[in-house]
Design a protein around this ligand. Structure first.
Ligand SMILES: N[C@@H](CCC(=O)N[C@@H](CSC=O)C(=O)NCC(=O)O)C(=O)O
Length: 285
């Protein structure tokens, strides 16, 4: 269904539009933010999807990510979606911060009762872009890129690796890079997908990259002071090893270990411009 605009906020010469719509894939109303750069007043602009992490909504990246100034300069629209369906009245939905509400993991659940609406993969890859491109004619549906943070970094990597022709580029901030081998991922995959660990592999960036074919150029930043990295929740080294073992020189992954940075939006905002430049290189090629 079409969007209701709940607010329009002028920012860096463009506007941040707060939107709400009824989504079929998630069986509920979904809120999001869309940043339209000034260039969108008179030309088609490419689109970067920013997927946020656990406990977030579409507001965290828009308000604290420091993406808007760079997006205005580079002429890129940014979509900041929510991280899960909300209010589906599923038992246990609100019980933990790393599962259920705010923790949709950008996959389609196959286990009851989560199949009712935990279909964030379909929402992000199909329903949301289709609805946006229908309603905002200034957005160029042929030029999309994807990035994200933590759980959203897992979303960005897996969605790109499954759909390389759909997205011009991919990057990630502190992604959960090997969820089948970390506590966050194991809890989420068991809950949403069940006990079959072979099925889990279809949603794991490190497993997907082992089978990837063709060129890619992925930028990943991780802070050395990130406590979730230290606890083994992110495992970027496993993703790096899988790419190196693959041995395909056209598959390029740049993992930058940023000294002292933590997992917060202070870290994201410090490197937001680099990720925008990375996307711009491909969106404006
Ligand atoms: N409540 C948790 C911490 C939750 C947290 O740090 N969430 C991160 C994403 S973690 C991976 O997906 C986040 O982005 N939080 C929002 C923010 O604005 O910082 C705890 O108690 O540890």
């Amino acid at each position: 269904m079409g969007f209701e605009t709940t607010a329009t906020i002028a920012s860096f010469g463009g506007k941040l539009v707060k939107l709400k719509h009824r989504a079929e894939s998630t069986s509920c109303d979904m809120s999001l933010n869309l940043y339209l750069p000034p260039q969108s007043n008179d030309q088609l602009v490419p689109v970067l999807f920013y997927l946020a992490g656990l406990t977030c909504t579409g507001d965290n990246g828009a308000e604290k990510g420091s993406f808007l100034r760079g997006a205005s300069k580079l002429g890129i629209a940014i979509v900041f979606p929510d991280t899960s369906p909300r209010g589906l009245d599923i038992q246990g939905e609100e019980d933990s911060w790393d599962f259920g509400t705010g923790a949709g993991f950008y996959l389609n659940a196959t286990k009851e009762p989560w199949t009712k609406g935990y279909n964030m993969y379909s929402y992000i890859t199909d329903e949301l872009p289709q609805t946006l491109f229908k309603e905002f004619s200034q957005l160029d549906g042929g030029r999309m890129s994807i990035t994200g943070h933590s759980m959203g970094g897992h979303g960005a990597l897996t969605i790109f690796l499954k759909n390389p022709s759909k997205y011009k580029s991919c990057s990630a901030f502190a992604p959960i890079a090997n969820p089948i081998n970390c506590p966050w991922g194991q809890k989420a995959f068991k809950g949403y997908l069940g006990d079959d660990q072979e099925l889990w592999k279809e949603h794991d960036a490190t497993e997907l990259v082992k089978k990837f074919k063709g060129p890619m150029d992925i930028l990943i930043d991780v802070g050395t002071g990130d406590n979730f990295y230290k606890q083994g929740q992110l495992l970027p080294e496993n993703f790096d090893r899988a790419v190196k073992d693959h041995g395909d020189p056209s598959m390029q992954v740049t993992i930058r270990m940023q000294p002292d940075y933590d997992h917060s939006y202070f870290f994201i905002s410090s490197f937001a411009d680099d990720h925008l430049e990375h996307a711009a290189k491909y969106l404006h090629a």
